[in-house]
Design a protein around this ligand. Sequence first.
Ligand code: NAD
Ligand code: GLY
Length: 363
Amino acid sequence: MKIVEVNTPSANYQITIGRDLFDMVNIDLFGDYPDVVIVSNTTVFPLYGSQWADYFTQCGKRVYTYQLPDGEEYKTFATAEQVLTFLLKHKLSRKTLLVALGGGVVGDLAGFVATIYLRGIPFIQIPTTLLAQVDSSVGGKVAVNHELGKNMIGAFYQPKAVWTDLDTLRTLDLRERRAGLAEVIKYGIIWDGEFLNFLATKRKDLLLEKEIVTDLFAYVVARCCEIKSEVVSQDEDERGIRAVLNFGHTIGHAIERATNYRVYRHGEAVAIGMVAVCRLAYQLKCFSKSEFEYVKRLVNDFGLPTDCKGISVDEIFNGIFHDKKTVGDKVTFVLPKKLGEVEIVSGIDEGEIKQAIEYVAGT
Ligand code: NAD
Ligand code: GLY
């Protein structure tokens, strides 16, 4: 078992990473909460819902469950409103603990509901995708999408705890695991070049089709959580350095939006976005050709897409102006300087940006 601490100005909490978590976690640590609502989805709840419902019942809680439809397209204000209606209909009070059981979509939406229900109730993240375990469950970004942009309606609201059961990765299909590995690669590029090299050497084990090498995933998930914790502890509400966690996301989100969230998994779009910004940095002569090629090859070797040929360059380009880091017409990018180090840059020439998008998209 591994524990990673997160200490932000608004909250201190632990990420518990391991297997058979029931003996390791203690819900009573967070206060007196007689009611627990498990928010999950129709894929994850049948797999893991009853075991958690039984656990909370054995802890003496009244347990309620809500299953969202599965899919990024349901990460909307309308779905959040339905969960809020469920909570209100059951007259659930502020002494209710909300539990987000699922991937990043469930975690972001349930966390958003927790922020606004009765002006805020506590919540716990139980992430069940690799992406959620290494990224979305940690750091308190909760949100829903708006038709004009991804994650545009949300808040910073930290969970009381993150409980990461590595065994859930066994039921996750390889495509989703790869999508999570895109965010794992991101941490190497932005923060820890040695970790990036380590990932390259462990690629085969990380991609084994029918097996999860638990010790390896425990290390990888914990290392990513340590990096994320270090960043968000310095800058909880993204006034500065936290933006580095969005490496590859500005173009990635624009690709997701241009394809109606239906073609690429979030991590896949981020993978293409990372190739595009590495290309941009290479064009701007702040990243070497060999490092750019290394990243592109690594992304490809992990079975992730490195381009989205056929998707309109203009649509992706227009989409980047809907990014949360955009102020007026100034788009901010996180650009690599070398492997393991990035910088936050705005005011880049639009022609250069278009050229980098053209490199991954278009005809
Ligand atoms: P997801 O939540 O859609 O999960 C992917 C798929 O895997 C879904 O079909 C889900 O039902 C299924 N699934 C989940 N756990 C499973 C399991 N153990 N076994 C089998 N199937 C399982 O997608 P995701 O990649 O986890 O998350 C993407 C979302 O996370 C996006 O909305 C993105 O914006 C958000 N995100 C948020 C942050 C943040 O800081 N809050 C960071 C990164 C991404
Ligand atoms: N996933 C980006 C962040 O948490 O800031």
